[in-house]
Ligand binder design. Sequence first.
Ligand SMILES: Cc1ncc(COP(=O)(O)O)c(C=O)c1O
Length: 418
Amino acid sequence: MKDLESRYVDSLVERYGSPLFLVSAETLENNVKAFKRMFREKYPKTEVAYAYKANYLFQILKIIHKAGAWAEVASGFEYDIARRLGVPGGSIVFNGPGKTKEHLLAAVSQGALINVDNEEEIRLLVEISGELKKPIDIGIRINADVGINQRIDRFGFNLETGEAFRIVRLCEAAGFLNVICLHLHLTSYIVEPGGEGEYTPAQNIKLIWPKSAGMYEVASKKISKLAKKIKKELGVEIKYIDLGGGFPSIKDLGTYVSKVTGPLVQELGEDGPVLLLEPGRAIVKDAVCLITTILASRKLENGQKAVTADAGINILPTSYWSSQEVRPLRPSGKKLSNTTIYGPLCLQTDIVSRTLINKLERGDKIVVENVGAYNIPQGSPFIYPRPQVVMLEGGQGRVIRRAETINDILELEKVTNT
Ligand SMILES: Cc1ncc(COP(=O)(O)O)c(C=O)c1O
């Protein structure tokens, strides 16, 4: 949100407090429409299912669905949010490795597309098929080597070993489950070589976003070839190819479109399966910024500057993975210097950004840009409660989630049976 006028922000902060999340309704809507349009121009049979995990505030989801996106959910909890919003089952893609029988049954009855993650889910779906006395259409999550050093076997069934093909054959032979979708999401985390087991569990896992367009080309080619093989050897028509999420912001999306659609058309033709895509970050990341106020400044031993802001990693947890993009709300003309921006938490790790920025003093406001993905849903009232979230729409601001209070927290502790 580069064009936020500082006077306007001042009055919003005065009214709603600091820190403050600001959401641009217009950017959300434009992102969904542009994402869909860009892919449909090359491959008309494209559907976009927004990945709820990136940000599932109801007012945000409403705009995204109104702009024409399906829902991609990764748990029964997210499935229920989609249904609460009135999303029809037929427009829900149900992913994730922890689906319960209860939610699988609901998803089957309501016509959602279930991408199966593991053999246990297959067993549950066979049971459900027996209980309902009808075969069930399913998708299969595939993992494949696309050139990222991932924990490749963390999700789904492997392509290269033939496991994925074997599972499809098994489902078809048993006659209970019809495989109609192949799903391959390129995860956003890579495992750095070496050190496995030596460090804490996640220490050698790094965020890569966006992945290179070439990886999508490999993924698209591999999955299209698998669909072709399934048709040829098992006579099974794959109706959906789902290439997951991980896409860059709209401004950088162009080259990804042809890398995804090219191999698909080449292998399966213009009128092949529906192409499903599950962007999260690409839709919400640049639609939200955070305004935070400087509380204190200090000089570090190495001579560099440091400031403490009133927003920390409890509300910006993605700062664990990469330094946030910040700018002063008002360009001050003061000297630029390398500055560490700490949050207010009593933690060494509460670092929001390390950046070159104009000298900051108590009371200055800074804008943390592009924080719409994976911060609000992962944020917690750790040491400080969560702040207001305000939606900007048609020149007006309205609170879409109010600031958390002690009472909200105490409410959860009112357990009546103890
Ligand atoms: C299955 C699946 N689809 C889509 C996404 C969304 O990814 P992104 O927000 O990077 O687009 C994720 C993210 O983890 C995912 O696991």
